[in-house]
Design a binder for this molecule. Structure first.
Ligand code: FE2
Ligand code: FE2
Length: 204
């Protein structure tokens, strides 16, 4: 990877650790597993948005912004499902999501409701940002031209989602607090990425 490309990823997404370049090659040979894992990522994005709406029904802007996001993420799920079906593959089983589970463990669970709310939004921002970076890798590194374009569309969508979750956080919570906590999330996410094995059958 070129140095300026690493900086671009850092600047756009704030991620501290770019994906190991070997990951795309591994993903290319486990395409069925990648598509299945990706399908469930989209499904979880949709269901998490629904649960945020249910938990924070009093927050008008959040409800307004996340309602269409549910439709969009569910649309993504259907697009990936279509790809599986086109290839004569079935959806397959949902696997344990090590990455997301480790992020969830970093959320502050007790105490201050504002801090809990902030962490819920930043968890989503984090997953969107890393997914965007992974889709970028796929959109640049896969040999199949059709799949490169397929993943480029996802990359663009998820970049917008990452920004939306940060903006929602800043709407409800002091921007300085958001910035400080986001910096902690970025450090923790890089630590988590370093503990995970590079696997071609997982988006994260
Ligand atoms: Fe999505
Ligand atoms: Fe998304």
């Amino acid at each position: 990877m070129e140095l300026n490309e690493i900086n671009a990823v850092k600047n756009i997404l704030g991620l501290h650790l770019p994906t190991d370049p070997r990951w795309v090659d591994l993903a290319a040979i486990s395409l069925e597993d990648i598509l299945t894992d990706h399908a469930y990522c989209e499904q979880k994005a949709a269901t998490t948005c629904i649960s945020l709406i249910q938990k924070h029904n009093d927050k008008t802007l959040l409800v307004k912004e996340l309602a269409p996001l549910v439709t969009e993420e569910w649309g993504h799920f259907r697009l990936v499902l279509q790809e599986l079906q086109k290839r004569g593959l079935s959806l397959g089983r949902q696997r344990k999501d090590e990455y997301v589970n480790q992020l969830l463990a970093f959320q502050r669970k007790g105490g201050n409701p504002e801090e809990r709310f902030l962490d819920q939004l930043l968890t989503m921002a984090m997953i969107e940002a890393r997914s965007c970076e992974r889709f970028k890798r796929l959109s640049e590194g896969l040999n199949d031209e059709y799949l490169r374009r397929f993943y480029r569309r996802f990359m663009e969508s998820e970049a917008g989602h990452y920004v939306l979750f940060i903006q929602l956080a800043e709407h409800y919570i002091d921007a300085e607090k958001v910035r400080k906590r986001w910096a902690e999330w970025l450090v923790e996410e890089a630590r988590i990425m370093n503990t995970l094995q590079i696997r071609g059958d997982r988006i994260h």
